[in-house]
Unconditional design. Sequence first.
Length: 67
Amino acid sequence: TVFFLSDGAPSAGEIRDPGLLLDLVTERNRELELRFHCVVLTNDLVGREFMTGLAARSGGQVVSPLD
């Protein structure tokens, strides 16, 4: 289980495209079977969709104190 606290979409590193990063994480996580629980600290639509996708693809949950 991984608890992921973030203010949104990827903005640093080699891969910054949210869709591409979600695909890569999903592919690599097939063997590891990690569950990502995400705490979203943004109202930015792209960031929220990225974090929601990450949780959904791994069987985790997403929450936001902004809701």
